[in-house]
Ligand binder design. Sequence first.
Ligand code: CU
Length: 112
Amino acid sequence: MNQIVLRTAMVFALASGLQSAIAQDHSAHAVLAAKGGSQSLSDGVIKKIDTAKGSLSIAHGEIANLKMSPMTMTFSAKDAAMLKGFKEGDKVRFRAAEVKGKLTIVTLDAAK
Ligand SMILES: [Cu+2]
């Protein structure tokens, strides 16, 4: 009798463990989907670049995620190393976000 109770308890434990694994899987998917949706890039042209300071000036198009109209402005790079290989006049696709109150380039790609 005790063994049956134990077995039943184990089956429940297994089943609920499986369910929480499935639930976690779903929430991971939701996070990925939300991330993908907010990763849209903006167009721009590099006007000035300071690889030592890790800052760059970009003549940018509309930045939807920051609700910003086209203009030329200076951004900080999230990481100075990400500016390697870029120069003034380069067309870029980038993502800017507010990081600790500063407008920061978090993604920078060469535009084709
Ligand atoms: Cu701007």
